[in-house]
Design a protein around this ligand. Structure first.
Ligand code: URA
Ligand code: SF4
Length: 195
């Protein structure tokens, strides 16, 4: 007997996204980026929206920021296949603008279903957009990063800087975004070891 009471599978959600025209972001997209990874992952990473490379390839976090994210994960021995990675919206906003509240609201049921199916223990929100939306706060990532937040059910949210922000702030000095991120991934690694 299946334990899964949700009628959809991760691949069926992805297929729904690929056919979706519910918000205006469908107009300029090349491909939809539903997300990818281990559908039984204990940790789910959520970014903002696909960028140019993601829009061309249909995969999340494959451009410069994505390569940095992959490196950050490797530094704590996490492979991308161990986790699931997706975004708040599944289609690229024109010129990489921030997705609007209404676009995120429209797309959110897909993410909600993904979260229900994956049932992660930890959600890592990357940057302000997913952090503020999911936690329903106006507090910024600089304040919230590295701080565990109770969320729905037993899921904990762990906000971290977005890798694009790290690319724009490359320096390493005490309290730099890079140094703080290094601290955060070590915290994350420890928490994952205890899951
Ligand atoms: N930035 C994001 O937020 N998501 C991606 O998939 C790529 C870059
Ligand atoms: Fe549909 Fe989400 Fe793409 Fe908008 S961003 S068209 S809601 S899949």
């Amino acid at each position: 007997m299946s334990e899964n009471i949700n009628p959809l599978t991760i691949e069926e959600v992805a297929e729904e996204c690929r056919n979706c025209k519910k918000c205006p972001l469908y107009l300029a997209r090349t491909t939809v980026v539903p997300g990818e990874g281990n559908s039984k992952a204990k940790v789910l990473f959520i970014g903002e929206a696909p960028g140019e490379d993601e829009d061309l390839q249909g995969k999340p976090f494959v451009g410069k920021a994505g390569q940095l994210l992959t490196k950050i994960l490797q530094s704590i021995d996490i492979k991308r296949e161990d986790i699931f990675i997706t975004n708040m919206v599944k289609c690229r906003p024109p010129a990489n603008r921030t997705p609007s509240k209404s676009e995120i609201d429209t797309c959110y049921p897909y993410l909600e279903t993904q979260i229900a199916l994956i049932n992660p223990k930890i959600i890592v929100t990357l940057g302000n957009v997913p952090t503020q939306y999911l936690l329903e706060t106006t507090q910024g990532i600089t304040t919230l990063r590295g701080q565990w937040q109770d969320w729905i059910g037993k899921i904990k949210i762990f906000p971290m800087f977005h890798p694009s922000y790290l690319l724009r702030n490359e320096g390493t000095f005490p309290g730099s975004p890079k140094e703080l991120t290094w601290k955060d991934v070590k915290t994350l690694k420890k928490a994952m070891a205890g899951l």
